[in-house]
Design a protein. Sequence first.
Length: 136
Amino acid sequence: MLNPTELEVPIPGFWSESRSNMAPPSNFTLRTGIYPAIDPENFKGALKGKVALVTGSGRGIGKNIALALSQAGAAVAVTGRTKAEVEDTTTEILASGGRAIGVVADGLDRQDLQKLVIEVRIASQNIVSLLLIIED
């Protein structure tokens, strides 16, 4: 688990001799890592029995949302435009013990969306608890 770290960082280029009559700038705090309040470990099992359909979950933010939902116990319908990316995310969820199906679909193509809804409804027995549309 990553812990947030704090680092005092001066604002570069802000202070100069021409501003010598002013107080020096304060530092700001740069934080990296996962904040404890939103650590996925806190949500394990919270979505057990739920089905999440996450568009754009083949990569980027959508993929990370799909992985987090799976860690929280949701069965995830992974979808994206690229077969390799959809398979990669689906495989990663399954390898971690989660439940997932992958459907290649373009969220801007009406026929693809109809196919997506049909496949997810069949796999989930008509239950979709969460629908997240991610444009990455």
